[in-house]
Design a protein around this ligand. Structure first.
Ligand SMILES: NC(=O)C1=CN([C@@H]2O[C@H](COP(=O)(O)OP(=O)(O)OC[C@H]3O[C@@H](n4cnc5c(N)ncnc54)[C@H](OP(=O)(O)O)[C@@H]3O)[C@@H](O)[C@H]2O)C=CC1
Ligand SMILES: O=C(CO)COP(=O)(O)O
Length: 341
């Protein structure tokens, strides 16, 4: 159904990688005026000519109304909504660049699943620090870009303390194949999206070592307990971890080789160096920096995170995987269910 002219939104999506492209394509397909910011003009021009982002989403024809822009100021000019899909290591740099270019009251939504290294700052907190007079939200959930562009039935979560954000995002993103739920716990939704990447590295590694389904179920369940315990200490709502952005994304990312974090873990489990594995993937592998930053935060807060400690020991302290697994399996058993009843 065609949108009325009042409901058509001008939306800028920043980040011409796999997720930014998939998100911008949904928005254009839904009849909104979507512009995708790709920093390199040659690549933006190639996307205009071929209607395909060959580097990040090859073999997929993008909507004819999606505009590609390499000039950031032009891209965000007049937009009601700006969606940011830039890897966490460059997120602050882009937030600084966009600061001062947005009209007052713009809704700015992060889709980035990472934590700033050194400061333990989530992406929406970076937006709070860098942007004035905007309304901030996050979008997170079990959402592989390649499945979104292939119209697989998908659900995601918008989180914000602003009712306007919780209402606008479903209006812009929802379609017959994409469904958006809401949650007021922005911190919990965003933290869940970052944390699950650590556990996807672990399950990828377990698969490479030939572990079976019992092992997978154990890792998934203990990962959920561990990430919820950590989030609870930081003030997030533990119940958020039972939703799509928590257990939903944990299941997706930890059980599929479509996940780059899973693939990195798999390659290391097969004997490749971490640096080589990440370089071969050639796209964002957020879990590596998230692991470092979460390990240090857990040490500082005294939170029990045996899986995080174990992965850190394997990846950054040259510990032998088999002996680390033995320590995990023979350590003191914790209670099964830790949620308040
Ligand atoms: N891919 C997915 O299925 C999903 C990804 N996410 C999250 O989305 C975020 C982005 O990931 P994704 O799109 O997958 O990453 P990709 O690695 O596919 O792409 C990253 C994009 O960001 C651009 N970029 C990097 N640094 C800068 C910068 N300083 N200025 C401008 N552009 C920059 C890259 O440009 P260039 O090519 O020029 O380097 C590239 O277009 C991640 O946090 C990820 O966890 C969330 C859900 C699903
Ligand atoms: O977050 C994702 C799916 O929800 C994508 O996971 P990867 O970054 O591991 O590919």
């Amino acid at each position: 159904m065609a949108l009325s002219s009042e409901s058509v939104r001008r939306v800028a999506v920043l980040g011409g990688g796999s997720f930014g492209t998939a998100i911008a394509n949904i928005i254009a397909t839904n009849g909104h005026r979507a512009r995708l910011w790709i920093r390199d003009e040659a690549r933006a021009q190639e996307c205009r000519e071929t209607r395909c982002n060959r580097q990040y989403l090859p073999n997929y024809q993008l909507h004819s109304d999606l505009a590609f822009c390499s000039d950031l100021a032009q891209c965000v000019e007049g937009c009601d909504l700006v969606v940011i899909a830039i890897p966490s290591k460059s997120f602050r740099e882009v937030a600084e660049q966009v600061s001062g270019l947005l009209k007052p009251g713009t809704i700015v939504v992060s889709t980035t699943k990472g934590i700033e290294i050194g400061s333990f700052t989530l992406m929406s907190q970076i937006l709070e620090q860098e942007l004035q007079d905007v309304k901030i939200g996050v979008l997170s959930g079990p959402n592989f870009a390649a499945e979104i562009v292939n119209n697989q039935y998908t659900a995601s979560v918008v989180a914000s303390e602003h009712q306007e954000v919780l209402e606008l995002i479903p209006g812009v993103f929802s379609s017959g194949t994409f469904r958006v739920y809401s949650n007021p716990d922005r911190y919990g939704v965003e933290l869940a999206g970052a944390l699950k990447n650590i556990y996807a590295i672990i399950t990828g590694m377990a698969a490479a070592l030939g572990c079976g389904q019992n092992t997978l179920a154990m890792i998934l369940t203990r990962s959920l307990a561990e990430m919820s315990r950590f989030a609870n200490c930081l003030g997030a709502d533990t119940m958020t971890f039972l939703g799509l952005a928590g257990v939903g994304d944990l299941i997706l990312t930890c059980t599929s080789d479509m996940s780059r974090n899973y693939r990195a873990g798999y390659a290391v489990g097969k004997g490749q160096s971490l640096d080589q594995a990440v370089s071969d993937i050639g796209q964002a592998v957020e879990g590596v920096n998230t692991l470092k930053t979460v390990k240090h935060k857990a040490d500082e807060l005294g939170v029990y995170m045996p899986l995080v400690q174990a992965l850190y020991a394997v990846l950054f302290m040259q510990q032998n995987i088999e002996s680390i697994i033995q320590q995990l399996m023979t350590g003191e058993a914790n209670t099964d269910v830790e949620y308040d009843r």
